[in-house]
Design a protein around this ligand. Sequence first.
Ligand SMILES: NC(=O)c1ccc[n+]([C@@H]2O[C@H](COP(=O)([O-])OP(=O)(O)OC[C@H]3O[C@@H](n4cnc5c(N)ncnc54)[C@H](OP(=O)(O)O)[C@@H]3O)[C@@H](O)[C@H]2O)c1
Length: 323
Amino acid sequence: MMKAIVLSHYGKTDSLSLVEKAIPQPKEGEVLVKVHATSVNDFDWQIMCGKPFITRLVSGILKPNIDVLGTEIAGTVESVGPGVSSFAVGDRVFGDVSDAGFGGFAEYASVSQTALHNMPDLMTFQQAVSLPHASLLAWQGLVDLGNIKQGESVLINGAGGGVGVFALHIAKEFGCEVTGVDHALKLDFMKGLGFDHVIDYQKTDFTAEATRYDLILDVKTQHFPTRYLNVLNEGGRHITCGGNTSSMIQIALLGHLIGKVTGKRLSVIMLQPNQGLEHINKMFESGTLKTHIDGPFSFEDIPREMARFGRGEHIGKIVINVV
Ligand SMILES: NC(=O)c1ccc[n+]([C@@H]2O[C@H](COP(=O)([O-])OP(=O)(O)OC[C@H]3O[C@@H](n4cnc5c(N)ncnc54)[C@H](OP(=O)(O)O)[C@@H]3O)[C@@H](O)[C@H]2O)c1
């Protein structure tokens, strides 16, 4: 048997309870991981709440079909199912398991081998579990979709959060001048990390300013698409990771057309879990990408830490020690 935090219905953190459950058995192509650390992510929060409603297209309309949340795991391979050749018992592995049924809020998770990577030698479980989701949103947004180029001017909106901080490290690898927008309370922290310019979103709407950028990575898209054109240079790109649902739908529907007419590109990123993790591992090993951990906390603290995440009180990634 194993300990697990189980989600019984959509709601607040009282929908989460600590139970004893049977340890899952790895099926064909699956790896059973003894979970040493997990983290709290917006996916976990949104599925727990069942909001925005669009989330329920994945997690079930009336009640959740995912009983153990936990988007990211880091741990050791306990056993492997038939057909698994890439991993062996005892390997240290990590990954974003949101495409593999979630399951990090438990002592063991059985997930597809395609959701796992080997951990670099010098990486701790706590560091590992803070990386795949947020760092790859930043990587895929800036590099794969944003086509970032050496020396460009980059703005990150929502820059003091999980994605924004990794985005800074990546943009700096490309020698870019980086502006970060976030709450006044985070601006000193952001300057200390290396942002060249910072903007308080409560005082200044960057879309109404004269400064233009080559590339904007936006985790808090709020406006109608055309507002972003004003602050993009010729050939500029605005990549949205998240924000309010109506702005994101407008960009998804109109972005392509706007791009054809203006030569500027507005796109919405769809995260491809774990794709590009080898680049993140390289940057971690060379010391150019650093993790920012809030915690680690104990397994029983998961409901409390989910609530703190929901109130936006975390700085960096909330990490939970599991076993
Ligand atoms: N596209 C995909 O496939 C995909 C997949 C997973 C997640 N996501 C999205 O990716 C994002 C995750 O970002 P994250 O982990 O970095 O979130 P986070 O850690 O919560 O950081 C967001 C930051 O933005 C700040 N902020 C709030 N309102 C703002 C505003 N109006 N203008 C500028 N900054 C503002 C927040 O500060 P305060 O709230 O403290 O003021 C916080 O520092 C979410 O939007 C999520 O929905 C997208």
